[in-house]
Design a protein around this ligand. Sequence first.
Ligand code: HAM
Length: 461
Amino acid sequence: MPKFFKKKENKTADDKAPKARRMRFISRLRGTKDILPDEYKYWNLVIKKAAELSRSYGFRRMDTPVLENLELYERSSGRSSDIVVKEMFSFVDKNGEKIALRPEATPGIVRSYIEHGMFNLPQPVKLFWLGPVFRHDKPQAGRFRQFNQFNLENIGEASPVADAELIAITYYFFRELQLEVIIQINSVGCPSCRKDYLTKLDNFYKERGRRAKLCNDCKKRLMKNPLRLLDCKEKKCQEIAFEAPQIVDSLCEDCRNHFIKVLEYLDELNIPYNLNSTLVRGLDYYNRTVFEIWPVSAEIPAGKPADEPLRQNALGGGGRYDGLVEYMGGRPTPACGFGIGIERVILKIKEKNIPIKDEEKGDLFLAHLGDPARRKIMILFEELRKNGFKVRQAFTKDSLKGQLETANQTGVKYTLILGQKEIMDGTILIRDMESGIQEIVDYKKIVAEIEKRLGSPSKKT
Ligand code: HAM
């Protein structure tokens, strides 16, 4: 036999099979994160609190698309803002349209307010928004490229009560999540009183070679948007900004009165705040009240600028934007709002080890021995679930040991066990998972027996 035939005969089936190449693993993008099941209890808690407070204060939920026209953000957030200049995820789509992944919620909400004629509704229109936003930021702890915001927007209300109400809601939100925060607050006035202030600021930065000490970004800001010099994150720029003239000293009478009123309401409600003269916020649309929510550890020592990491890790921020609706093509409409970063809130909850009730925990587990019992408990499961009990199961498992292990993991108080003998006798076992004691009860009276031990689900909170 020719040699090459012989060689072939010796080959095993495995040798003949093409070698399976391990595929290259594709990991998630930098600055993005997976939310795994174990983490969801934090999300549930925070989202529930946001929804509950919003509803109480009359804010109704709405959503906007993730994708919007790029120009929407250029015009509203500001062509010189970091969000637009440095951080926007944008692309040209197949039709040649310039598209952006939303870097914040407010412009989309304002667009929607105009587009859906919400100005025809009774004013103000109070909106609650929650969803992901995208910024091509430098990822680090608490800073992501895709993160989630909880926003409230009050569109159509000029009264300082609206500003105070929003600040109060943010404060209660954090307090009820057991997080200590301090509100940083300032007023950036209106375009007319800001004009005088900008001249003062310009003179200040030109004095005694201050300009030369600024970071490169601030040198550019001096030309384009000098107000932003005040909230530069660089320590050296912060030290200079701290000595700059304060905008509150240049407010016109209306803006001053508005600001005083906001502070008076906050005093009345006992909401702690810090008057922060360098707080101007990084978006172009703000006027009058601006505020941020900082963790209490971030309280600035008197007479000193805040440390860079503290300023960068605000839990939330917002303010008044009375000119934006008109600037985006709507009627002149006063408005104010805030955005809170959910990931940062969750990080704080974790840091503080605040105990959280796991909503996934069950009251009861149903276990079976053998296929006929499995079929019966599948029906019983549905009956108990409909009765409002938090029931757990492992229908696919066969061994009782394996099922009891799962029952232990789910943290239930009782396991109901059904086997061939119990089916014949018309009974079921109730096992107390803590003591291991098992009782035989009448299968027909199972709901009453469970209620005897756990109480009626309708009476539970
Ligand atoms: P913002 O200050 O740009 O305001 O963002 C609000 C919050 O989003 C921040 O305080 C922070 O908690 C969170 N955040 C910002 N960037 C990141 C990031 N890279 N990673 C994780 N969290 C982040 C706005 O977006 C305004 N639209 C808020 C507003 C609503 N003003 C009026 N209405």
